[in-house]
Design a protein around this ligand. Sequence first.
Ligand code: PGA
Length: 250
Amino acid sequence: MRLDRPVVFGNWKMNGLRAEGLALAGALAERAVRLTGTLGIFPPFTLIHAVAQRVKDTAILVGGQDCHERASGAFTGCVSAPMLADAGAKAVILGHSERRHGFGETDALIRAKFRAARAAGLLVVLCIGETEAEYLAGERRSRLVAQLAGSLPEGIGPEGLVVAYEPVWAIGTGRTPSSDEIRAIHGELRALLAKRIVGGEAVPLLYGGSVKPENAAEIMALSDVDGVLVGGASLDARSFWSIYRAGGGA
Ligand code: PGA
């Protein structure tokens, strides 16, 4: 799958009944028949099929927000990677901080999910990020290094992988790191990925956490920032589209 810059992904989280989700997808579909960049939306499981159908004649990518590490079986309440693909998803977000911290997901579990997603042919959007306490303790870099090391399976290539740096303290808070900090972290992540994966320098790097139409242009102009992962502002078609445009997408 080719991911042209800017890569702008919207994580709807647990938002959207059918009518709202289809209206949002429809409003984006009108703007996105052809795209110079990459626009993706990650609705709740219940809407993946309907949303994928709604945008099927456009360039919009649809993905899931999580998947189970097994393909099928006695796992009440869970959704597997092949099920996501079967519903029309082309991608999946793994390791989002709300999964890591709200549901106790470990790097080892995320790595297992990663393998399952790859086996199902899904693009993986791997999220990493430090908590505020880690940030204040000066442990950001070591945390990110550990998360990358722990959640990337051995022997993978750069294809089908996107890494999103999302400081936990910036998600849904209106706070973001400074541009200098984002640039420095992304530069380090680029170098780490190049060391860990053959061709890893080509992996798209997204910033996530309180991205809005007002700050999107500055963030996406930074070196080593290939796009953004958007939560709240992706629930409004106009703001999500203006974020995409702010990154140079048309
Ligand atoms: P936010 O969420 O844009 O609402 O801060 C980002 C995310 O959780 O991916």
